[in-house]
Design a protein around this ligand. Structure first.
Ligand code: EAX
Length: 345
């Protein structure tokens, strides 16, 4: 076929246009002839705490690792401070696939997976080392394996820490001191019933609203790990900090199953790896920061009271009926498993 002069100029013009469009579409400088890059994937990560917390540092680490492991193909954008809602709302968002990752407690899970209440029991886990063994062992693996049935993946266990009370009325030495106080709690029935056994008035409020609730005296107090009390500045609006360590609070790095199952296998794998590494990093940072938190707050003026082992035992003993009350609700199977793991470790 003979192509005339006009035909040649037309082809040259078309080639020029195509290379221009491709060049603009990829948006970065590439050597001539390089293949068209796959589109960048942007994913949303939410948590409820401030940008100073180990939770946020863990989220940041995860975002960096994902970027590194996917050669920049995946960008994780972080939404701190409850911008995507409280913890329960964020889990619902992941289940629906409206956002993609969340680092938060396991407390709201009991609304869908009662088995997780096995870890909500008061005075169950007594040290970080014991927590590591239980969560990295059979119990932790089993619990994370339940998440896909609810549209979630668990990329790993992080740590929130042992929970302590703050309030504006008095130091707490025994559960009697808590009687009649209005305490903000997480949205978790087992925990609410535990606080009732101690005689207080538990009021579930999502975490992003807690500072204002304390400031406006909607509630007298709240309970959280020392590091979060410090980094959320609750000590500014509370007088007393009581080191009761009544619940061990793990974190889970959650991913939306809807999102993950749409991603190419290599990216999914990179995200799982990044998640496991981010959890280890978050836990390390938390343990370093948490150790300093009480002293920081004490210096800032909050009155701290620590409990003797005898006083601690009174809290544990009075909350003990919760174990029997919730054994069948969580499932006798997981209950026995967790009790055996606690005993063995
Ligand atoms: O994940 O709600 C709470 O008290 C949690 O400890 C907090 O959201 C951190």
């Amino acid at each position: 076929m003979k192509i005339g002069k006009k035909g040649i100029s037309f082809i040259v013009l078309m080639l020029f246009c195509i290379s221009f469009v491709v060049g603009c579409g990829s948006g970065d400088k590439k050597p001539a002839g390089a293949e068209k890059q796959p589109e960048k994937i942007v994913l949303r990560f939410g948590h409820t705490t401030s940008t100073e917390t180990p939770t946020h540092k863990g989220a940041q680490y995860f975002a960096d690792k994902v970027k590194e492991k996917t050669n920049g193909r995946v960008e994780v954008q972080i939404f701190p401070g409850g911008q995507l809602g409280g913890e329960k709302a964020q889990l619902e968002g992941l289940m629906a696939g409206t956002h993609d990752f969340h680092l938060g407690t396991q407390a709201p899970l009991s609304n869908w997976l009662p088995q997780f209440m096995a870890l909500d029991l008061p005075y169950l886990i007594s040290s970080e080392q014991q927590a590591d063994k239980i969560l990295n062992g059979e119990v932790g693996k089993y619990l994370l394996s339940l998440l896909p049935s609810k549209g979630l993946y668990g990329l790993g266990w992080g740590e929130n820490g042992f929970r302590d009370f703050t309030n504006s009325k008095r130091p707490l030495f025994t559960p009697d001191d808590l009687k009649g106080l209005k305490i903000r709690v997480m949205e978790n029935k087992l925990m609410i019933d535990t606080f009732k056994l101690w005689g207080c008035d538990p009021t579930p409020i999502p975490f992003p609203e807690v500072y204002t609730a304390l400031q406006q005296k909607t509630v007298d107090g709240q309970e959280n790990p020392a590091i979060l009390i410090e980094k959320s500045r609750f000590y500014e609006v509370q007088k007393y900090l009581s080191i009761t360590h009544h619940f061990y609070s793990p974190l889970i790095l959650y991913a939306s199953k809807v999102t993950m199952d749409k991603l190419p296998e290599d990216i999914k794998k990179a995200i799982f790896e990044a998640g496991a590494e981010a959890c280890e990093y978050q836990k390390k940072v938390l343990r370093e920061d948490n150790a300093k938190a009480v002293a920081v707050m004490e210096k800032a003026g909050i009155q701290v009271n620590r409990l003797t082992p005898e006083q601690m035992k009174v809290w544990a003993d009075t909350s003990r009926p919760i174990y029997e009350m919730y054994k069948d609700k969580m499932g006798a199977d997981i209950y026995e498993k967790v009790m055996a793991a606690v005993k063995a470790n």
